[in-house]
Design a protein around this ligand. Structure first.
Ligand SMILES: Cc1cc2c(cc1C)N(C[C@H](O)[C@H](O)[C@H](O)COP(=O)(O)O)c1[nH]c(=O)[nH]c(=O)c1N2
Length: 233
């Protein structure tokens, strides 16, 4: 049992922040190398230790290595991606079409993290007014997995350009189970230094100092001397 007054050592803190800042969404850099079972088990355990509303633990993890299943998912991606590209015109559309937004076949494992909306019965502590809390909890499992994978040298890419009903059908999910995150996992040739959407000129990181407000929307926080520490994104 760890002592609550026992802070992490500097090296432990650095490791945690390294995972946070060097985590990337991966789609172009996957290697075909298999992920050892014990490593996969470790990152799944990290996901399972996420916080959840009422300790509901609404997640399941569908580990997909079947090429046939992945090809069906890719077909849904291609359809939805073609529609998405129609949201843009001109140069922006060309840039959109040049982006690689999934690594479904290149990665050795796909993982669907689902949210069982009925787990624990109809009354879940903390999910009485805001019913989406189970979905938010499942997102935290995704983030835990993403960070643990980074620490293991494994890249993760989230593919959301999918029709969720088609995906549910492919994976034969029951009605009360929501396919929250479709992820591609694998070792990588490199972790990019910055988000691929930034390096490809699609969108940049916003300045953190513009996003932190004092007391109410738009109020400066200068009086807290916090502002000078926020510069640098
Ligand atoms: C809920 C959700 C859904 C998606 C994503 C992320 C999240 C959180 N991202 C990845 C996204 O583009 C990426 O996280 C940002 O561009 C920031 O880059 P890094 O994750 O820091 O590398 C993503 N990327 C992609 O290529 N195809 C996709 O369908 C999606 N979908």
């Amino acid at each position: 049992m760890s002592n609550p007054n026992d802070p992490f050592t500097e090296a432990q803190r650095e490791g945690l922040y390294r995972a946070i800042f060097e985590r990337r969404d991966v789609r172009s850099q996957f290697l075909p190398d298999a992920i050892p079972e014990e490593v996969l088990a470790r990152i799944l355990r990290a996901a399972h230790h996420a916080p959840s509303v009422g300790f509901m633990q609404p997640w399941d993890f569908i580990v997909i290595d079947s090429l046939a299943v992945r090809e069906q998912v890719l077909e849904s991606f291609n359809e939805e991606n073609a529609k998405a590209s129609e949201n843009y015109t001109g140069e922006r559309q060309q840039t959109y079409r040049s982006l690689k937004l999934q690594g479904i076949l290149e990665s050795p494992i796909n993982l669907c993290i689902t949210c069982d909306r009925s787990r624990g019965g109809p009354n879940v502590l903390g999910r009485n007014s805001i019913m989406e809390m189970d979905l938010f909890s499942t997102c935290l499992a995704v983030q835990n997995l993403w960070l643990a994978a980074r620490a293991e040298g494994i890249g993760v890419g989230w593919v959301s350009i999918l029709d969720q009903d088609v995906l549910s059908n492919i994976l034969q999910l029951p009605d009360h189970v929501y396919p929250l995150a479709y992820l591609c996992l694998g070792y990588v040739s490199e972790f990019l230094e910055q988000p691929e959407l930034q390096s490809k000129g699609w969108r940049s990181r916003l300045p953190l100092e513009d996003l932190v407000h004092g007391n109410s929307w738009g109020q400066p926080i200068a009086h807290r001397k916090l502002e000078k520490h926020l510069a640098g994104g």
